[in-house]
Design a protein around this ligand. Structure first.
Ligand code: RB5
Length: 151
């Protein structure tokens, strides 16, 4: 699995921590910025870059989006077709975002959690894959709503 990662200027430090983790695990990634705390790029523009890459990969890639809270990145990412983004700051939500919701973007808030918990969550998230089962028709229902609303 390849990862596309991005952050705004509130989360450069946590993004670098997660990039170090990906490198240590040998997981290929693309870094869509931003690269400095002085970069004024608004978080929705970074979320768009990341989601565009995931869509261009035909959803083979997964995303990690980090801002101050994770919320703005998540709200933006969920505007894109086929993206199911979730803010996860605990291990149970992280697990369920994949196993129940077939999520493909993990959103984190640097101002909410510390680096050690973030690394744990990302490590767990990377090991998980959605499997066909009782959650499938529910995710299919999300997809049908998306078809209706994203014309
Ligand atoms: C800072 O711009 C802050 O609003 C942003 O990083 C994020 O938390 C938004 O949801």
């Amino acid at each position: 699995m390849e990862i596309v990662i991005g952050c705004d200027n509130a989360a450069v430090q946590l993004k670098n921590t997660i990039i170090d983790l990906l490198k240590a695990k040998g997981i290929p990634f693309e870094d869509m910025g931003c690269h400095s705390c002085g970069d004024p790029t608004y978080y929705p523009l970074v979320a768009k870059k990341v989601c565009d890459r995931i869509i261009a990969s035909n959803y083979q890639k997964r995303g990690i989006l980090i801002c101050g809270t994770g919320l703005g990145m998540c709200m933006t990412a969920n505007k894109f077709r086929g993206i199911r983004a979730a803010v996860c700051h605990d291990i149970f939500s992280t697990e369920r975002s994949i196993l129940s919701n077939d999520g493909n973007v993990l959103c984190l808030g640097e101002r909410v959690i510390g680096p050690e918990l973030a690394k744990r969550l990302v490590s767990e998230w990377l090991t998980l894959t959605f499997k066909d089962g009782p959650s499938t028709p529910k995710v299919d229902a999300i997809k049908r709503i998306e078809e209706e609303t994203m014309k």
